[in-house]
Design a protein around this ligand. Structure first.
Ligand code: GDP
Length: 538
């Protein structure tokens, strides 16, 4: 058994989209590299008994894992460049876990993934607390109104005080922590977790990494007090303090994104992982009505609609094709149905619908709100596009991240100009990189705009390998971009150190600046000039 087929999982309840939507939890893990996302993903899957049965799907460092690693570059660096979707069942629910790229350079991709989830798990390293990438990703969740659960990881080794970590979450990102478990024993000496709702202690016997679940022994408070002594005392004192400051569970605040349920554990020792799954099932929201472009919600039981949140090519050398990942927003998806591609009004046949699991693919026959469907050879689909059946709907497009790195891209061998053009166009439409151009620079030397410099490496590797067009990249001195209009472009013509280019995909004019001081000076001297920040600008 690999991922559970939705048809199989449908046995337990009604087969209508509404009942099926209620059983689904679709989420992603946001964290800083090394906080333990891959380890946690494996541990989650282990509890749901997906991975153990699925056999080895190679992850980082050659160990068993669920991270997709399709490029040699990715393997060498041990980072996950692409996203995979993992579906498994737990307590009669269907869980869709969307992998997000771990490297900061790929936050644009992560942004798109976060457009397709109903909740996020913020994973913190107990010794490090909030790290830069976590902060950035959290901001995206806040922007999108995605409710966040927090898992404090690595409690099996020395780390910070739990109260101090919670305080940091509250002070730094203004998210009110609502612990639902509490550690007995300091970081590095974890005995178990107090279940805050009923005061019991869940005591663990450590499980080796990759072994089956940690054994759990449930102790009532009296027994825990007698057997755990000072550690128990300390935990209950801290909990009393939390009760005093009113850190109790507040569902509304969680759903509104102003408070976060917090759990402690260790992904590596498989501690607290089942509790996290329980919390996802019990607390995280199921798929709900999704607002369209005008703000009108599309009910979950309306005819099929879906949002393309990611387009990816050649994940595997044996499958040189292009896959569009679609999040089902309403209705039932059935393979073979003909949908309308909202952006072009053209019909889209879904004969090749697949479930993606790391490198494995299997044909998907049916899917419900919250599920992710991979559509193969979807050349016309772009991130942010809507697909629908019967009743038209247009979901808001997914905004692009503000680029901070720019480079001119030229083909190294002029005889490969055609391949070069095709490749650049392809990578642009996949959203791997933003492509900017201007009359001045011409078609042969587009400017590539990236959130992180590693994106340039992906582009040159793919242009060379997939399209047979090796390129030369010359970095430009710009550091930030602002959206402007024709009047702005005219006014900025000839301004020293500034350049206005057109983003090819949507025709947006972007003014590029070498640094923020230059931007400030221009804005001050020309108050009427349109210089709008792009989404997710720091
Ligand atoms: P990612 O970059 O967030 O995917 O992090 P990984 O899952 O690759 O973990 C980074 C490192 O932290 C690895 O060496 C893991 O074995 C280790 N790690 C992950 N979770 C835990 C944990 O709960 N306890 C300890 N001690 N180490 C952990």
């Amino acid at each position: 058994m690999t991922a559970v087929s939705t048809a199989q999982a449908a046995d337990a309840t009604g087969d209508d989209p509404l009942s099926q939507a209620r059983r689904r939890r679709t989420f992603a893990v946001i964290s800083h590299p090394d906080a333990g996302k891959s380890t946690l993903t494996e541990a989650l899957a282990l509890h749901a008994e997906v991975i153990s049965a699925a056999g080895a799907v190679h992850g980082k460092g050659g160990r068993k894992g669920v991270t997709s690693d399709w490029m040699d570059m990715e393997r060498e660096r041990g980072i996950s460049v692409t996203s995979a979707v993992l579906q498994f069942s737990y307590r009669d629910q269907v869980i869709n876990l969307l992998d997000t790229p771990g490297h900061g350079d790929f936050s644009e991709d992560t942004y798109r993934v976060l457009a397709a989830v109903d909740a996020a798990v913020m994973l913190l390293d107990a010794a490090k607390g909030l790290e830069p990438q976590t902060l950035k990703l959290f901001d995206v969740c806040r922007d999108r109104g995605v409710p966040v659960l927090t898992f404090v990881n690595k409690w099996d080794r020395p780390g910070r005080e739990p109260l101090e970590l919670l305080d940091e979450v509250e002070q730094t990102i203004g998210l009110r922590p609502m612990p639902i478990t509490w550690p007995v024993g300091i970081a590095g000496d974890l005995h178990g977790l107090v279940e805050r709702a009923d005061g019991t202690m869940h005591r663990f016997t450590r499980a080796a990494h990759g072994a089956s679940r940690a054994t759990v022994e449930v102790l009532d408070p009296e027994t825990a007090a007698a057997e755990e002594g000072p550690d128990w005392e300390r935990a209950t004192e801290e909990l009393a303090l939390l009760d005093e400051i009113g850190a109790g569970y507040d569902e509304e605040a969680f759903q509104a994104g102003t408070a976060t349920p917090v759990m402690f554990g260790s992904a590596l020792s498989n501690i607290g992982v089942a509790r996290l799954l329980d919390a996802l099932v019990e607390l995280a929201p199921p798929p709900g009505p999704r607002p369209d472009q005008k703000g009108d919600p599309r009910p979950v039981d309306a005819p099929f609609s879906g949002l393309v949140f990611k387009v990816q090519a050649s994940m595997d050398k044996s499958h040189r094709d292009r896959v569009a990942f679609v999040r089902v927003c309403s209705g039932r998806f059935e393979r073979g149905m003909v949908l309308t591609h909202d952006a072009t009004g053209r019909p889209f046949a879904t004969k090749y619908a697949q479930a993606m699991f790391g490198r494995d693919r299997s044909t998907i026959e049916e899917a419900f709100p919250g599920d992710i469907v991979g559509l193969v050879n979807a050349t016309a689909l772009r991130p942010g596009d809507t697909l629908w059946a019967e009743e038209p709907v247009t979901f808001p497009t997914i905004p692009s991240f503000a680029p901070e790195h720019f480079a001119v891209c030229r083909v190294a061998d002029m005889s490969k100009t055609k391949q070069f053009r095709k490749g650049v166009e392809q990578l642009d439409s996949e959203g791997v990189i933003q492509v900017l151009s201007s009359d001045l620079r011409g078609d042969q030397a587009p400017v590539l705009a990236a959130v992180g410099p590693l994106q340039f490496e992906v582009v040159s590797a793919r242009l060379a390998d997939e399209f047979g067009a090796p390129v030369k990249l010359d970095r430009l001195d710009y550091q930030l971009a602002r959206a402007t209009d024709a009047a702005g472009a005219e006014a900025l013509k000839g301004a020293v150190g500034i350049e206005v280019l057109t983003r090819r995909l949507d025709g947006q004019l972007l003014a590029l600046f070498p640094h923020k001081w230059r931007l400030q000076a221009v804005a001050q001297n020309n108050p009427d000039l349109l210089l709008a920040p792009l989404v997710a600008d720091a």
